[in-house]
Every structure is written in structure tokens, then in C-alpha cells.
Design a protein around this ligand. Structure first.
Ligand code: NAD
Ligand code: DAU
Length: 368
């Protein structure tokens, strides 16, 4: 029987990629997106599925419990894939309140809604699943020689963002344990790919280069992240919904540790190479250093470090591999090159999302 999904935060980066992925792979399913369209949510990211017969968009906040209950019941939804969150660590440092309200309060509100409809309403809860999309940041920071995070690594969140995601993970666990709600959680590493809001490192550097701006690297730039192409993340979530155990947590990672400086240098290298081979790019983006043959890496600027900056994340993804047969497939260099290509082809998308609130945030954030 076709599945009937509620996707929260489906107008954001990973949520939109997931909706595209899911409807391409499961064209007969119902996919209802609920999104509050904060600065990070863009309907333009869902343009490709707008006319799909199984797709519906609802402009609502996950904290509107009655609205969510109504949707779950009226649409007979059997699966929640919960992406909606405040997601940017720097913003959580500047102002933690919305992170606590949305990531903890919003997740709890959703859990109350599914409990009411699935467990106390139709009684069809056993066939349902609430999946929480979480982060590797709940595990804290690794030293250079520490083994990667496993699903049993104790939580040690260091930023208000990470603490709010850890709180949400605990609530999902408690609703499974106490009320028997069928749940799953994935803790994933850093994603990159299409529709990524240009406040995050990779899209920020791509867009800044095209506009001739500096590339801000925090501290010494030797912090390490484990990069995963967003399409691989979507496949990982799909494998959990398909075959994952109820009540389980799965780590998802890319087996791809890179320092931030390495990532920024790789972006510079790709952009230099692309512009050298296509004169038309220099005409479209005359402020990009590569348009005049200047090495893009000359624009790397070391700036003040992020307070409490986690040094290293790395994921041990042995569990999802052994239990569900899931492996990431996109090699980093190829994925990064394709991502830069996507930003070159979707200038209208990134220009549209860089509105006044974007500019006031980016311009005011870091100090040299
Ligand atoms: P994003 O910031 O790009 O998108 C978040 C979406 O949630 C936006 O569309 C926004 O409008 C929506 N939203 C925010 N508050 C809402 C509310 N109260 N009600 C309804 N919608 C609301 O985030 P993302 O990078 O796509 O991340 C999605 C999820 O994946 C988050 O839960 C994040 O913690 C998690 N995650 C992200 C990464 C990553 O690398 N980006 C890695 C691991 C986990
Ligand atoms: O690890 C998963 C997490 O990855 C997700 O849970 C978060 O939602 C997502 O935003 C991301 O968090 P990070 O803080 O790792 O991502 P960000 O792109 O903000 O930063 C990546 C690294 O680059 C980090 O070490 C900080 C650094 N950085 C970031 C920016 C924006 C810079 O050096 N300069 C920058 O301008």
C-alpha cells in the first residue's frame, strides 16, 4: 500500500531534497509538507514537485498542535519525517531562544499530536512511524585520535543548537519507551548539495566567490567535519523508514573527514578550473576572482573563531551498514563539483534567498 508521509521542514535544505527524492522513487505515495517558511524555508526549492499529484504544501508551524492533528487524521498520514528545526549553529550562539522553542518545544508538540491521533485515535499506531532527523553534534567534539561516534557514544552537546537537538532526541526516545510510539532517529554528519542555504560553509563560499567576496574561515581552519552528500542522507533515511527497527537510532555519515581549510581550498580549486575552461562564466560573474585569472584561494580570510567551536566530528556508520545494508555513494570531490555546478545553474534561486535579513545576518556575524 502506498505510504502517506508528513514531512516537516520540507521547504528547507535537506527536507526539500528528501521530498524530491521520495516522490521520484515512490510516485504513488502521498507527501504532505508542513513548513513555517522561516528565513531558511523556500518554496522555490519545491518548485519541481509542485504539480505532482501526491504532493501538498501546508504553511504551518509544527507547534500548532491542532493543525498537525487535523492533517494527520484528515490525510490518514502514517509516517512523519521530522526535519523542521532551527539549524544554524552560529545563530544558536547569537540567540538560543528559537532553538529551544522550535527544536525542543516543536518536536514535543509533534509527538503529542502523533500520540493523540495514532495511539489514542484510530488505534493504527503499530503501522505508523515517527522519524526524527537529528545530528552528530549531540555527541560533542572528538580529539584527533578518538574513535568516531557510535550510537552509544554519550551525549555531550556543546552549542545551544546541539543541546536542543539532543533534547529532542531524548523526547523521541521517551515517547517510544513510555507510550510505545513507533519511532526512529538518525544522527547524521554535515550535508552538502543543492538548495543549501548560503549561510553554511560550502554554499557560503561558493556564492561569495561568485560575487567576489572574501571566504571567512573560523579560527585556524583545522576543525574537521565528516561530509555527506544530501542525496546519500535521503537514501539513508529511506532505508530506515523501509527496514529500520522501531525504537532504534542509526548514525549516518560520509566516511569523509576534511578540515574546513581543505574544503574551502577544494571549492577554490574547482571554481578556478571551471572558469579557466568556460569564458562565459567570467562574463556572467565578473567579480569572481577566477574571472580575471586571480586564484580564488587568495580570497581565504581567517576570522575570529566560533565560540565553543567543536574541533572534530566523525561518524561510525557500521550499524546502518550491517543492519540495513546502507552505504553512502557520492564521492566528495565529485559531489562538490556537482554542487558548484548546481549553484552556477541556479543563480536565481540563491539570489532570491539572499534577501535583506540574509545580508544583515551575514554582514554582522564575524569579525576579522
Ligand atoms: P534548514 O534550516 O535548511 O531547514 C529547516 C526548515 O524547517 C526550513 O524550511 C524552515 O522554514 C522550517 N522550520 C523552521 N522552524 C519551523 C517551525 N516552527 N515549523 C515548521 N517549519 C519550521 O535545515 P536543514 O539543514 O535542512 O536541516 C534539516 C534537519 O536536519 C534539521 O533538523 C537539522 O537539525 C538536521 N540535520 C542537518 C544537517 C545538515 O548538515 N544540514 C546534518 C544533520 C542533521
Ligand atoms: O554536523 C551536522 C551539522 O552540520 C548540522 O546538525 C547543522 O544543522 C549544520 O548546520 C552543520 O553544522 P556546522 O556548524 O558543522 O556547519 P557550518 O556550515 O555552519 O560550518 C561548518 C564548519 O565550517 C564549522 O566548523 C564552522 C566552519 N565555518 C562556518 C562558516 C559558516 C567557517 O569556518 N566559516 C564560515 O563562514
Amino acid at each position: 500500500m502506498p505510504a502517506r508521509l508528513l514531512v516537516t521542514g520540507g521547504a528547507g535544505f535537506i527536507g526539500a531534497n528528501f521530498v524530491h527524492h521520495w516522490l521520484a522513487r515512490h510516485p504513488d505515495d502521498r507527501v504532505v509538507v508542513v513548513d513555517a517558511l522561516t528565513y531558511a524555508g523556500n518554496l522555490g526549492s519545491l518548485e519541481g514537485v509542485r504539480t505532482h499529484p501526491g504532493f501538498r504544501f501546508v504553511h504551518a508551524d509544527i507547534r500548532e498542535q491542532q493543525t498537525i492533528e487535523g492533517l494527520l487524521a484528515d490525510e490518514r498520514l502514517d509516517t512523519v519525517v521530522h526535519f523542521a528545526a532551527e539549524s544554524h549553529v552560529d545563530r544558536s550562539i547569537a540567540g538560543p531562544d528559537p532553538f529551544i522553542d522550535v527544536n525542543i518545544g516543536g518536536t514535543h508538540s509533534l509527538l503529542k499530536a502523533v500520540r493523540a491521533v495514532w495511539l489514542e485515535g484510530t488505534g493504527e499506531g503499530a503501522e505508523c512511524r515517527f522519524h526524527h532527523v537529528s545530528t552528530d553534534e549531540v555527541y560533542g567534539s572528538l580529539g584527533p585520535d578518538d574513535p568516531p561516534f557510535t550510537e552509544t557514544t554519550p551525549f555531550a552537546p556543546n552549542s545551544p543548537y546541539a543541546a536542543s537537538k539532543a533534547g529532542a532526541d531524548h523526547l523521541v526516545r521517551a515517547y517510544h519507551h513510555t507510550y510505545g510510539l513507533p519511532t526512529s532517529v538518525s544522527n547524521c554528519s554535515n550535508n552538502y548539495g543543492p538548495y543549501h542555504f548560503p549561510e553554511k560553509l560550502i554554499p557560503l563560499c561558493i556564492v561569495n566567490l561568485l560575487l567576489g567576496r572574501e571566504l571567512p574561515v573560523y579560527g585556524d581552519g583545522l576543525q574537521v567535519r565528516d561530509w555527506l552528500h544530501v542525496e546519500d542522507h535521503c537514501r539513508g533515511i529511506e532505508s530506515i523508514l523501509d527496514r529500520g527497527r522501531s525504537g532504534a537510532t542509526y548514525n549516518i555519515g560520509g566516511n569523509c573527514e576534511r578540515s574546513n581549510l581543505e574544503v574551502v581550498q577544494a571549492i577554490c580549486h574547482h571554481v578556478d578550473h571551471l572558469f579557466a575552461g568556460r569564458e562565459s562564466l567570467g562574463q556572467r560573474f565578473p567579480d569572481c576572482p577566477a574571472a580575471t585569472g586571480e586564484p580564488c584561494a587568495d580570497r581565504i580570510t581567517m576570522v575570529r573563531d566560533r565560540p565553543g567551536h567543536d574541533r572534530r566530528y566523525a561518524i561510525d556508520a557500521a550499524l546502518i551498514s550491517a543492519e540495513l545494508g546502507y552505504e553512502p555513494g557520492v564521492e566528495f570531490d565529485a559531489g562538490l563539483s556537482a554542487t558548484i555546478g548546481w549553484y552556477l545553474e541556479h543563480e536565481a534561486w540563491w539570489r532570491a534567498v539572499m534577501d535583506d535579513s540574509y545580508r544583515s545576518w551575514i554582514d554582522g556575524w564575524y569579525e576579522k
